[in-house]
Design a protein around this ligand. Structure first.
Ligand code: COA
Length: 182
């Protein structure tokens, strides 16, 4: 794992040749974040704890943008569209040394390296929060998320059987990946 500190805001050129900006979530991002949530495939809601389809949830995330225990990033396309969201949040109480991560990329921008760029930056942000341990969980079928975080040095630390249910009521296993900061 690279020990580089947080870099955002910064621009990066993806494998599709397009340059996007990674920056902290901003007070004016409400509508663009709702649009990202509305466009996500149904199955993605298996993977996300915060439902970006809910305007109330988005208002809550935007209100939390300056919270001391929370870091939130977006990726912005040249036309101003938000195409990815990532967060690192310090857990409360006895696990306050642990930060958990969420990451979601717009379907039409996947496989271009954006998930990897966002993951690296949000982990740097989690470390800057002072986290001694960083975790990310995902449904076991989520091969891309597993590949990204494993490459960053995360290891499988838990597998919770039939821990989440999809909209059809089918159970899925939840993988917990963790990175212990040296
Ligand atoms: C996981 C997610 C963020 C990946 O975003 P992305 O921008 O496509 O990621 P990258 O382009 O950086 O791909 C990273 C690697 O993941 C693997 N990968 C990506 N998509 C894959 C797929 N559909 N199947 C298998 N492996 C895949 C590849 O190894 C890829 O690297 P490569 O393209 O160099 O081979 C995106 O699929 C997503 O938003 N999924 C729903 C939410 C989620 O599951 N989040 C993760 C847990 S928080």
């Amino acid at each position: 794992m690279t020990t580089a500190g947080p870099q955002a805001p910064f621009s990066v050129t993806l494998r599709n040749g397009r340059t996007v900006t990674i920056r902290p979530l901003d007070a004016g991002d409400n509508q663009a974040l709702i649009a990202l949530g509305a466009a996500l495939p149904e199955n993605d809601w298996l993977h996300a704890e915060n439902d970006l389809r809910s305007p109330e949830m988005i208002a809550r995330l935007i209100n939390a943008r300056s919270a001391e225990h929370w870091r939130q990033l977006v990726a912005v396309a040249p036309d101003g569209t938000i195409i990815a969201y990532a967060s690192a949040r310090q857990l409360p109480g006895r696990s306050s040394h642990v930060a958990d991560i969420q990451l979601i990329v717009d379907e039409s921008w996947r496989r271009c390296g954006l998930g990897t760029v966002m993951a690296r930056e949000i982990v740097a942000q989690a470390r800057a929060l002072g986290a001694a341990k960083v975790i990310v969980d995902m449904v076991e079928e989520q091969l891309a998320g597993d590949a990204i975080f494993t490459r960053l040095g995360f290891q499988h630390e838990g597998r919770l059987v039939n821990h989440i249910r999809d909209r059809q009521g089918q159970p899925h296993n939840l993988l917990v990946l963790a990175y212990h900061v040296e």
